[in-house]
Every structure is written in C-alpha cells, then in structure tokens.
Design a protein around this ligand. Structure first.
Ligand SMILES: *[C@@H]1O[C@H](CO)[C@@H](O)[C@H](O)[C@H]1NC(C)=O
Ligand SMILES: *[C@@H]1O[C@H](CO)[C@@H](O)[C@H](O)[C@H]1NC(C)=O
Length: 184
C-alpha cells in the first residue's frame, strides 16, 4: 500500500509538472525567441518528470514485488515518500505563483512583461527543481546498485546450484560405473 500511495503521489507531481510545462510553453512561445531562463525552467521540469517517471516504474514493477519488503524497492519506497511529497509541494507552489499573476500581467506582448516572475525567482525555481531531481537520481542509482547486487547474488546462487547438480550427476555416474564394475 505504501508503494501505491507513493506512485499516486508521483502521478500527482507529474500532472502538476505537465501544467507547469504548458504554462512555460505558453509564455515562452508568446515571445519571438524562447527566453533562456524559461527554456531552462522547461528543461528542468522535463528532466525532473523523466526521473520521477523512472522512480514510478521501479516502484510499480510487479517483478519487484517479491523484493518489496526487504529488498531495494522497499528501501526506495521508504526513502522516497518524503522527497516526493516535498517535490509535489514545490511544483504546486510554483504553479500557484504563476496563476496568481495570471491574466493581470499578460497584457503586453513583450515576454518579460508577460512572465510573472523575476529572472532571479525563475532561476531559484530551477535550482530547487535541480536539487530535487538530483536527489531522485541518486536514489535511482543507489537502487540500481543494490538491484545489480541482488541480480549478482541470484546468478551466484544459480551457478552454485548448477555446480551442485553437475557434482550430483558426476556422483551418480560414478556410482553407476562402480555398481557395473562391482558386478563384473
Ligand atoms: C525480511 O527481513 C526480516 C529480518 O531481517 C526477515 O525476518 C524476513 O524473513 C525477511 N522477509 C523476506 C520476505 O525476505
Ligand atoms: C526540493 O524542493 C523543496 C522546495 O524548495 C525543498 O524544500 C527541498 O529541500 C528540495 N529537496 C532537495 C533534496 O533539495
């Protein structure tokens, strides 16, 4: 259930991020050249969405369910709850900020007068998004490492079983040979 709550919270962030992207594009394309800081913002939101999508896939992967109590996915779900919640609040606050200014400041065609936020504020948003994204990236790479470790352990197990099997087969072959020899 924890996993389910996490993935629906991620879906909420993705949906908010989609709205933010739409707003970014709307403002951006109203200017002759897509403004650099807005481009940066759109890139950050897109990157964050991509990373969150990857977290979501990992959390929802049915193949991981067996590991979800003790394994890496369980750790991921436990550690991601709070950061995802923070990230949702961040994106929500950004949207609120944008909507607060909606309409009123969109009278003129010059982009800088349309986009409701100061360049500095937009940059700060980008930095927060970036930090949030990095946290998820680290979590993903850590999860990959523990996933790789688990896979390697599984492979080792398989090798050990194969080895034992071949030993058994050899043993069986020897005993057959011995019994044949002893009957001679
Ligand atoms: C999870 O870990 C606990 C304690 O380490 C252990 O008792 C339990 O059997 C484990 N569960 C699974 C599904 O591996
Ligand atoms: C994500 O953004 C929120 C809002 O600015 C911030 O409180 C939180 O610390 C950020 N997370 C990271 C890991 O920087």
């Amino acid at each position: 259930m924890e996993g389910l709550a996490l993935s629906s919270n991620i879906i909420a962030v993705l949906s908010l991020a989609g709205k933010l992207l739409a707003a970014g594009y709307q403002y951006g394309s109203s200017s002759a050249q897509f403004p650099p800081e807005l481009r940066h913002l759109v890139q950050e939101v897109t990157a964050l969405s991509g990373v969150l999508h990857a977290v979501k896939i990992l959390v929802e992967d049915p193949a991981d369910n067996s590991r979800s109590t003790n394994g890496s996915t369980g750790d991921l779900i436990r550690t991601m709850g709070e950061p995802v919640e923070q990230c949702r609040k961040l994106v929500e606050a950004m949207l609120r900020d944008l909507q607060r200014y909606d309409g009123a400041s969109r009278r003129r065609g010059v982009w800088r007068f349309c986009w409701p936020l100061k360049e500095k504020t937009t940059k700060e948003w980008c930095e927060r998004l970036e930090r949030n994204k990095s946290l998820f990236e680290v979590a993903l790479s850590v999860d990959e490492v523990s996933l790789a470790r688990e896979i390697r352990n599984d492979v080792e197990d398989i090798k050990a079983i194969r080895f034992l099997n071949t030993q058994d087969e050899k043993q069986a072959a020897y005993s057959r040979l011995f019994s044949i020899l002893s009957e001679l």
